[in-house]
Ligand binder design. Structure first.
Ligand code: ZN
Length: 648
């Protein structure tokens, strides 16, 4: 691939990148065929996320794609005004694909189209399509479905969120009462409860009572699930070992029944299969899209182990107990025995659903608190994504614009990549796996603040240990200076530069961003001798750190408090912390950040175009090899997916 480029097109606030599936050619034919079938299973679930993100999203996608496919070419000699509208429509279409719907994938607010309703109507007429009034209102009316997932304190989070996890009209109080009651009923018969509500839509019956419509082969999203199951059955034949065959069998049973106890059994089998080279996630996984945190969006990733890089995370996992025992957390909230933390670096082969195109660079699953407490979790860092990000960010101009001085810049140039990798490893391998809940504290005690507090816990664990001599001793950092680069960039991002991802006038909504704001602003507020503070240079705001060593105890103090909040289920404290430090934005600082960032002409959000897998077959239809290629454009890819993998 001599012409491979990590950087692809940009539009709106998005930069598209590509990743390479290094090492695929050296896998065995069996492993390649296994990946091929898992890739098909991954793409077959794609429609589920569109449906989860909004009840009208799949219908809207069909309409938009029909218009998109019929647009004249970009130099088609139309009238200037129409050309401008067509350009805006192309941007809107790509944003829609990127977000699986008309709401921003991260900020959750509905897009404002840059083309007019009259233009769209005339395009529809031109291709003989009826103008669907409901869809047009969905696109153009600002009061219709303004937020996909609203987290604003004081609102009814369900009535003000347009995602499709709850039928219209169900209130937050009703849903919370439904799950509290269900929890009460089930806990009379079971010691360990699964994550209730994870794979269903809450609906209202004719008598007004609530019930779950469960995602399974003969239930909600059944057509997509049956197609996923068919490819999983094909994959099972090529499973790496008996453990993996059992993983696939349990996942199939879960898709057949929708039973969440089976899902926990599947999760345990999955996390215990640490030997398979090829691995995958396929299912209802993360709950960020539900403002109440019960319901999981559908996602998939297929990957294989990068043995060389895995040595790094193995080292951390081998010393997990040491890290747990030395943490600044109250011993009552620590795990006395750390087990089951496996860690590896993987190479992603495909991403789909809620991992596509915007993706995580690390995964730590399963999410069930009790499974994690008893069996631990499987932790991975996605090496080829990190690599692509690092390659793409060189020369972006961010350091020149936002870092306070040359000395700090050279610190970051020298240590930044190593520190970022290690931060991700610490966050995923140790941070999420550390600590324990007190007896009787439920996993959803922190409600809407749970995700933010959990991410803060994992980040703080990483930040606290980043400055520990143990990491140099283990050979994971080159020397005792390296951590300073991470401290600087983390605080700068959390307190300043991440604001460029938010529109002027809005507040911080997304859990990871809230978490970074909480940590950075809390630490700066408690650095009372100016150890880390804003300074002004030629009218621009910079972060200046004058005493790095003094920051570590502050990260430690906040880690102890955040772990206490999690372990005790202290909702009021979680709320105070997040509302005080993690939500509001200083408007003058925000305006300055947006302006300085705008001049760099960068895009705050990144996502990946997938590679394409092609099976070569013999005359009998047997796969003789699998080829990976990279040439596809983003719009080509999305249209191909819609053509080949539409199910719902
Ligand atoms: Zn995390």
């Amino acid at each position: 691939m001599h012409d491979f480029s990590y950087i692809d097109e940009k539009f709106a606030d998005i930069q598209l990148l590509r990743y390479r599936v290094e090492g695929f050619e050296s896998l065995s034919l069996r492993q390649k065929i296994l990946i091929y079938h898992l890739v098909q299973a991954a793409l077959s679930g794609r429609d589920i996320l569109y449906a989860q993100n909004g009840a009208l999203n799949l219908r809207l996608r069909s309409m938009l794609e029909a218009v998109y496919a019929a647009l004249p070419s970009e130099d088609g000699g139309q009238a200037a005004g129409a050309e401008e509208e067509a350009r805006e429509f192309r941007v809107y279409m790509k944003r829609f694909w990127f977000s699986h719907g008309p709401h921003h994938h991260y900020a959750c607010a509905k897009f404002r189209p840059g083309f007019s309703e009259a233009w769209l109507r005339s395009r529809l007429q031109g291709i003989g399509m009826k103008a669907d009034a409901e869809l047009l209102r969905y696109i153009f009316h600002p009061d219709v479905a303004p937020m996909r997932c609203n987290q604003r304190e004081g609102d009814d989070l369900l009535l003000t969120s347009s995602s499709n996890y709850y039928a219209d009209g169900i209130t937050q109080r009703e849903a919370e009462a439904f799950y509290a009651r269900l929890r009460g009923q089930l806990s009379a018969h079971h010691d360990r409860l699964p994550q209730l509500g994870l794979n269903s839509r809450l609906e209202r019956g004719a008598d007004g009572s609530l019930h779950e419509n469960v995602c399974r082969c003969d239930g909600l999203y059944g057509k997509a699930i049956r197609r996923i199951m068919k490819h999983l059955e094909d994959a099972a034949v090529y499973a790496g070992n008996e453990e993996q065959r059992e993983v696939i069998r349990l996942l199939l049973e879960f898709y057949r029944t929708g039973d969440l106890f089976t899902f926990d059994a599947y999760s345990i089998a999955w996390l215990q299969d640490t030997e398979s080279v090829v691995d995958f996630v396929n299912g209802f996984t993360e709950t960020y899209g539900d403002p109440l945190g019960y319901k999981a969006s559908w996602e998939s990733i297929v990957n294989f182990r990068d043995d060389q890089a895995t040595g790094r995370t193995r080292k951390l996992a081998d010393h997990a107990q040491w890290f747990e025992d030395h943490s600044p957390v109250d011993p009552r909230f620590r795990k006395s025995v750390c087990r089951g933390i496996s860690a590896k670096v993987i190479t992603a082969a495909i991403i789909s659903g809620d991992l596509y195109p915007a993706t995580a660079i690390g995964i730590n699953l399963p999410n069930s608190d009790w499974v994690r407490a008893v069996y631990g979790s499987k932790s991975v860092t996605i090496g080829n994504f990190t690599e692509a990000y690092n390659r793409a960010s060189r020369g972006s101009g961010m350091l020149e614009e936002f870092v306070v001085d040359d000395a700090t810049r050279s610190l970051i140039r020298q240590y930044g990549d190593a520190c970022d990798d290690l931060h991700t490893d610490l966050h995923e391998c140790l941070g999420h796996g550390s600590g324990q809940l007190l007896e009787g504290v439920g996993p959803d005690a922190l409600k809407a603040y749970g995700s933010t507090i959990e991410e803060a816990r994992a980040d703080l664990f990483a930040l606290y240990y980043m400055a520990d001599p143990k990491l140099v001793e283990l050979g994971l950092l080159p020397d005792g200076e390296a951590y300073k680069s991470q401290y600087y960039t983390y605080l700068m991002n959390g307190a300043m530069t991440q604001l460029v991802r938010i529109e002027r006038g809005a507040t911080i909504e997304e859990a990871h961003m809230r978490n970074r704001a909480v940590i950075a602003r809390w630490v700066m507020a408690h650095a009372t001798h100016g150890e880390a503070a804003f300074v002004s240079r030629q009218g621009k705001t910079f972060l200046q750190v004058s005493d790095y060593a003094a920051l570590r105890p502050l990260f430690g103090r906040l880690l102890a408090e955040v772990q206490r909040i999690k372990s005790e289920g202290d909702y009021a404290a979680a709320r105070n912390l997040v509302e005080q430090y993690g939500v509001g934005i200083d408007d003058a600082l925000h305006a300055e950040m947006l302006e300085r960032y705008r001049r760099l002409d960068l895009r705050p959000y990144k996502g990946f175009i997938n590679p394409q897998f092609t099976a070569l077959r013999d005359a009998g239809g047997n796969i003789t090899d699998v080829k990976v290629s990279y040439g596809e454009r983003f719009d080509e890819q999305c249209l191909r997916y819609s053509k080949s993998y539409s199910t719902l």
